[in-house]
Design a protein around this ligand. Structure first.
Ligand code: 2U9
Length: 345
């Protein structure tokens, strides 16, 4: 049996040396050291040996198994290393190749314009106020000096939910709510947000659009404060060379009321398609807060006065970026949106 064991060991060592791949070597391991291999068989057959021979033979089988295992593991390490080296050589990765650029998102053009307008007014000391889009008739109309029989309250023009509740048609109710909560204290706010009107959608109208309104209330607030503020605003949004002009207008919530034009940023007054050959572009409406509006929300028109203005950021964005159809802002076509890449760092 001793001789048999030595031959087995020699055979196993030869097979280990002959194996050239990890798989072949694993086959050798299973064949010689596995549960069904000859060494295990020999160990199982020990019971048939005379009792005095068993310890010696048992020790010999173990020594042989250990030395075969040791040689096999050494060889396995070498073959594994060789396999990895071969893989590294064959699967060369050129890390200098340029990668595919990741497609990044960017701010919606309307968001950019709204934030630009907000930044200007924040820099002038205004705070941002927000309020509900589903609003009471009182805050949307009544408190803004639009009595029950006013044509702007026509059911056909607004999305009414009940007789007294509607989707706000302007962000003015936010100002009214702020006035109520301030109890007569000075106010300097802008109110950006979505508004809703029953309009048929076309290139310049949308049933839902964005507004930014502003309200300043305090002692001695006068028309020249409004004019100075709007003049700075026009220069910030459309360039330092912009001039403004105020034309008389009418809004139920302001008296006097004005509409503001800026000198055309494309032709500087010579006349072009943007300013319809007039040299001026209408940007927003404004005025001094009507005494009725002040009174209804707890301010005494004999003590304080205020100015207010309102604009549509869609119109500002259309002029700034040359967008010809308002619906582009809402249809989220990436071919449109991807044209507005951030240029600042
Ligand atoms: C209060 C008092 C007065 C807000 C104002 C305008 C003039 C105006 C339009 C611009 C384009 C609406 O989006 S648009 O169609 N707005 O011309 N808005 S003054 O006046 C207020 C608001 C709140 C308490």
């Amino acid at each position: 049996m001793e001789q048999q064991l030595k031959e087995l060991k020699e055979q196993a060592l030869v097979k280990i040396n002959e194996a050239t791949t990890v798989k072949e070597l694993n086959d050798v391991r299973v064949a010689y050291l596995g549960k069904k291999g000859p060494i295990t068989d020999l160990l199982k057959g020990m019971g048939k040996l005379p009792a005095e021979e068993r310890p010696k033979m048992g020790a010999l089988v173990n020594v042989i198994r250990e030395s075969v295992t040791e040689v096999l593991e050494e060889r396995m390490t070498k073959l594994e290393e060789a396999a990895i080296n071969e893989q590294l050589e064959n699967e060369f990765i050129d890390v200098t190749l340029p990668g595919r650029p990741a497609r990044t998102g960017n701010h919606h053009p309307l968001t950019r314009v709204v934030e630009e307008i907000e930044d200007f007014f924040i820099s002038m000391g205004y705070e941002i106020a927000e309020g509900p889009e589903v609003e009471k008739d009182y805050y949307n109309f009544e408190a803004l000096n639009l009595p029950k029989d006013h044509p702007a309250r026509d059911m056909q023009d607004s999305f009414y939910i009940t007789e007294d509740v509607l989707l706000r048609t302007q962000t003015s109710p936010v100002q009214v709510r702020t006035m109520e909560s301030k109890g007569g204290a000075p106010i300097k706010i802008i109110c950006p947000g979505k508004v809703y009107r029953r309009d048929s959608d076309d290139a310049t109208h949308s049933h839902q659009f964005t507004q930014i309104e502003g309200l300043v209330i305090g002692e001695d607030i006068c028309m020249s404060d409004l004019k100075g503020t709007l003049s700075l605003f026009a220069k910030k949004m459309f360039g330092d060379e912009r001039e403004i002009r105020l034309r008389p207008s009418f809004f139920p919530f302001t008296e006097p009321s004005v509409e503001m034009d800026i000198s055309c940023f494309k032709c500087s007054g010579d006349g072009c398609n943007i300013c319809k050959k007039t040299g001026w572009i209408e940007i927003l409406g404004a005025g001094m807060v009507h005494p009725n509006v002040l009174r209804m929300s707890g301010y005494d028109p004999a003590v304080v006065s205020g100015f207010a203005f309102g604009m549509g950021p869609e119109r500002v964005a259309m002029l700034k970026y040359g967008v010809e159809d308002i619906r582009h802002f809402y249809t989220n076509d990436v071919r449109f949106l991807s044209q507005f890449h951030r240029t600042e760092a």
